[in-house]
Design a protein around this ligand. Structure first.
Ligand code: GLY
Ligand code: MN
Length: 459
C-alpha cells in the first residue's frame, strides 16, 4: 500500500468536500463459489482501497465529518483464524498502516450508526453493487433494500469521483506496472497464436502471466477468433490459418490497479491483404484519437472523429458510401463500430463505474447519446489532466447485425450491403491502449506493445 499520509490526505479532502454528515464505507467480504468456505478470489471494494488501502476482507469504516473522527471496524484474528490462515495483522495494526487512530470491533458498527441517525446526522454511502453489502446497509440504516439501491449520496459520489478521476504520480507508477504485466501477456499470446492451438491455451497463457507477475486479472479474458463478439469469453475453438485472434485482457498489479489492452493478430505469420486494409483503418483511428487527447478536449468528440476515420476508411474500401459526416451523424458507422471509444481506468477496469457513469463520464455540458453505438460510450465529457483512459476503436463484421439492418433497410444510403456478404466470416479487429492525459498531449502508459502490422508480423 501507499504511505499512510496518502490515505490520510484523501480522507481529509473527502471530509472537506462533504462539509457535514457521516460517511459509511463498507469493505468487501468473501463470496462463496458453491458453499461459504470455498470462496472466489477476494477483491476489495475499490473505494475502500482508495481511501484506506487495506486489501482485507470484513472491514468497514466511518468518517464522521461533523466530529472529525474516523473509525475502522474489524475483528482481531482468533486462534482459529491463525491456525487456518496464519498470523494476520490485528485491527489496530491495520488502522495504523493507513493512519486511522480509532478502531472498534465490527459488532459495534450498528450501535454507532443508530446513534448518528438518532442525533440527526446524515449518513452518506456510495452505491453498493454486491447484494451482501446492500443487505448490510439496509440493516444498518433501517431502510428497505430498494431505498438503499437508490439512496446513495450524490455529494459523496461527486467528491469521490473528483479525487479518483485524477491519478497521482504514485498511482501512475502502479498503473504503468499493471500495463507492463499486461504487455507481457499480450506478447506471449501473439507469439503463441498459430494454427492448431486452442484459444483456451492462449487464454491460459495470459492468465498464467497475470498471476505469476501480478495479482491476477483485472477482468475476465476476452480472446477469440470471433472478435466480432465484443466481449467473447468462449475459448473452445482451435485456431486455423487465415483467421484473426482478438485478445482483450489485462492484469491487476499487487495494488489492484488495472491494465486493459487489446491487440489483434493473425493466426498465420502474416495478415492477408483484406485483413491489412481493415487493420490499417483501426490503427489510424486509434493513433489519431490518442494524438487528439489532451486536457480540455471532449472525449465524445474524439469518439465521433474516430467513427469518421472508420467510416472514411470503409468508404474507400467500398463498404460504406455517401457523406462521412452525415453517415456518422446518422449512426451508420455503428454497424461496424458499435461501442464507445474508451473509458476511465484505474483501480477498476471501467474505473468508478459503480458510482454511476452519468457522474463519471458525463456532465451538464456533455449528455449521453441515446443512439445505438454512441450510447455505449462510457466517457463523453471533457478530459482533464491526470485522467487515465482507454482508447479502443474497432471494426467488426457481426453477421446477425448486418442481416438485421439489411432486413430493416437501415442506413442503406451509407452502407453497401452487397459488398458486405464476403466479410461475414471476417471477425473483428480492436486495438486498445491506456493513456494519461496531459495539458497539451497524452502519454501511452507502459513500454510499447507491438501494434503496427510489421511489428505484429515480426513477433
Ligand atoms: N476490456 C473490456 C472493456 O473495456 O469493456
Ligand atoms: Mn477497455
Amino acid at each position: 500500500m501507499f504511505h499512510k499520509e496518502t490515505y490520510q490526505k484523501r480522507r481529509e479532502r473527502l471530509s472537506n468536500d462533504l462539509e457535514s454528515g457521516l460517511i459509511l464505507m463498507l469493505g468487501n467480504n468473501y463470496v462463496g463459489m458453491n458453499y461459504a468456505a470455498n470462496t472466489y478470489p477476494f477483491r476489495q471494494d475499490s473505494n475502500f482501497l482508495y481511501f484506506f488501502g487495506l486489501d482485507k476482507a470484513g472491514l468497514a469504516a466511518i468518517i464522521d465529518v461533523d466530529n472529525n473522527n474516523t473509525i475502522l471496524f474489524g475483528h482481531n484474528p482468533t486462534i482459529d483464524d491463525i491456525v487456518w490462515e496464519g498470523q494476520v495483522p490485528g485491527i489496530n495494526d491495520l488502522a495504523a498502516s493507513c493512519g486511522v487512530e480509532h478502531t472498534e470491533d465490527s459488532s459495534t458498527l450498528s450501535t454507532l450508526i443508530n446513534k448518528a441517525l438518532k442525533a440527526g446526522q446524515k449518513v452518506h454511502f456510495l452505491p453498493p453493487y454486491r447484494n451482501a453489502n446492500i443487505i448490510r446497509l439496509a440493516d444498518l440504516l433501517g431502510q428497505p433494500v430498494e431505498s438503499i439501491k437508490t439512496g446513495a449520496s450524490i455529494p459523496l459520489i461527486h467528491a469521490v469521483a473528483a479525487q479518483r478521476s485524477i491519478k497521482s504520480q504514485e498511482e501512475i507508477k502502479e498503473m504503468t506496472e499493471a500495463v507492463n504485466i499486461t504487455r507481457a501477456m499480450h506478447i506471449a499470446v501473439m507469439q503463441g497464436a498459430k494454427a492448431g492451438v486452442k484459444e483456451a491455451e492462449l487464454a491460459g497463457l495470459a492468465q498464467q502471466i497475470a498471476y505469476a507477475q501480478g495479482n491476477g486479472l483485472a477482468y475476465p479474458v476476452i480472446l477469440s477468433k470471433d472478435g466480432q463478439t465484443l466481449h467473447n469469453h468462449y475459448h473452445g475453438n482451435i485456431l486455423q490459418e487465415g483467421q484473426l485472434v482478438l485478445g482483450d485482457f489485462g492484469a491487476q498489479n499487487s495494488m489492484c490497479y488495472a491494465g486493459d489492452i487489446t491487440r489483434t493478430c493473425p493466426v498465420s505469420s502474416t495478415f492477408t491483404a483484406v485483413q491489412k486494409s481493415i487493420y490499417e483503418i483501426v490503427l489510424k483511428a486509434e493513433v489519431d484519437a490518442i494524438n487528439a487527447c489532451k486536457a480540455g478536449v471532449k472525449y465524445k468528440d474524439v469518439h465521433l472523429d474516430a467513427a469518421k476515420i472508420i467510416s472514411a476508411g470503409l468508404k474507400d474500401l467500398g463498404l460504406m458510401k455517401g457523406n462521412v459526416d452525415e453517415a456518422v451523424a446518422a449512426g451508420a458507422h455503428a454497424l461496424f463500430f458499435p461501442h464507445g471509444l474508451g473509458h476511465h481506468i484505474g483501480l477498476d477496469v471501467h474505473d468508478m463505474e459503480d458510482l454511476g457513469e452519468q457522474y463519471i463520464g458525463y456532465d451538464e455540458e456533455t449528455q449521453r447519446s441515446d443512439q445505438f453505438g454512441t450510447k455505449y460510450l462510457r466517457l463523453g465529457k471533457r478530459l482533464e489532466k491526470g485522467n487515465v483512459i482507454t482508447v479502443e476503436p474497432g471494426i467488426y463484421f457481426i453477421p446477425e447485425l448486418i442481416d438485421k439492418w439489411y432486413g430493416e433497410g437501415m442506413h442503406k444510403d451509407f452502407i453497401n450491403y452487397d459488398a458486405l456478404e464476403s466479410f461475414k466470416n471476417f471477425g473483428g479487429i480492436r486495438i486498445e491502449d491506456n493513456i494519461l492525459i496531459n495539458d497539451t498531449d497524452s502519454t501511452i502508459l507502459g513500454d510499447p506493445i507491438p501494434k503496427t502490422i510489421s511489428e505484429i508480423e515480426s513477433l
